[in-house]
Design a protein around this ligand. Structure first.
Ligand SMILES: Cc1cc2nc3c(=O)[nH]c(=O)nc-3n(C[C@H](O)[C@H](O)[C@H](O)COP(=O)(O)O)c2cc1C
Length: 200
């Protein structure tokens, strides 16, 4: 069993926040340990409580543990640069959004313009709970979404947004050279570049 190498976290918040926000980061080295369905469900339970427009809760998740029958086919959809590190994750959680929502007071379904935005909030909740539970997550947008949709039986009125690798952080020494050098918490733009008073 490899032990995670210590990382130097130079992240500094511009304003006071809870430490979990700067301590969560997305490693690429995983231990290769299988993770349990219950471990993943705890993360998804947090995602369930995310806010959404009209409380439509458009997020949907397909959980594939590394010894599940869908693993190989789903892994094969990843871009080569992501296959180079993601193979030791304990699970892949596909995150999709449902494009429709009930029209208030009617049995009709209408387009939900906020489905992607709201599903992003659920993903963030999931990532924070994973961090609090001692797991790491690393999102993957670089994969063949049409192929992934087919592997997972995604309904036509859903959009596949991202795959989340989930697992126990492993030793950076197991990574290819170029990735090993990047295996540390990264930085952020200053808040002053992102937020202004009264206008954008
Ligand atoms: C929607 C989304 C797609 C991403 N796609 C990839 C990807 O294809 N490959 C990768 O190595 N990292 C990917 N990432 C990880 C981001 O690069 C990472 O979250 C960002 O650099 C911030 O770093 P942090 O999560 O460690 O704070 C993705 C993240 C998100 C949210």
């Amino acid at each position: 069993m490899s032990h995670p190498s210590p990382v130097t976290n130079t992240r500094k918040a511009d304003f006071p926040i809870d430490a979990q926000f700067t301590e969560r980061w997305s490693p690429r080295a995983y231990t290769g340990e299988v993770i349990s369905e219950a471990d993943v469900m705890s993360m998804l339970e947090a995602a369930r409580w995310a806010p959404s427009s009209n409380n439509a809760q458009p997020w949907r998740f397909a959980v594939v543990l590394r010894n599940d029958p869908q693993w190989d086919a789903l892994f094969a959809t990843l871009n080569p640069n992501n296959q180079a590190w993601a193979g030791k994750a304990g699970a892949l959680v596909a995150i999709a959004s449902y494009q429709l929502a009930a029209k208030a007071g009617t049995p009709d379904l209408i387009p939900n313009g906020m489905h992607a935005f709201d599903t992003g909030a659920a993903w963030a909740y999931m990532a924070m709970q994973a961090h609090l539970n001692g797991f790491s997550l690393h999102g993957i947008g670089g994969f063949d979404k049409a192929a992934g949709a087919q592997v997972l039986g995604l309904p036509a009125d859903h959009t596949l947004q991202m795959l989340a690798t989930v697992g126990k952080r492993g030793d950076a020494a197991t990574l290819p050279d170029a990735l090993r050098e990047r295996e540390a918490p990264n930085a952020r733009k200053p808040l002053s570049a992102l937020a202004k008073r009264g206008s954008f």
